[in-house]
Design a protein around this ligand. Sequence first.
Ligand SMILES: [Zn+2]
Ligand SMILES: [Zn+2]
Length: 122
Amino acid sequence: MIKAKCHCGKVSTQATSKIISQFLCHCQTCQKICGGSRLGGLMFEDEGFSVSGETTKYEYQGGEQKIESHFCSNCGTPMYAYPKIAPGKVVLKANSLVDSSVFTPEKSLFKEEACPWDKGLV
Ligand SMILES: [Zn+2]
Ligand SMILES: [Zn+2]
């Protein structure tokens, strides 16, 4: 089981299914949404993913389809997202992991949009 928690501790999540994919996304949207130079994402089946605590939902256009992103309503930590392009799947944001060592990204997306100051450090 993979557990995640926001900074203030009011929102926590648990994923019991296997990780489908793990990636880093360097796109400019993820930089904004995650407040850093890149997003770490772990994709799971939504079945077996549970959330406790109150989140704020923000929906935006991510490429051709919408993405519904959830943040802790209290501290704003980016927690997870539902990409409409992948129905039934949820993407957990690696920044929220309780044990960050479970995240072993397999690929980098949108490297061309990476922050100039971040290149070569991955
Ligand atoms: Zn919080
Ligand atoms: Zn991205």
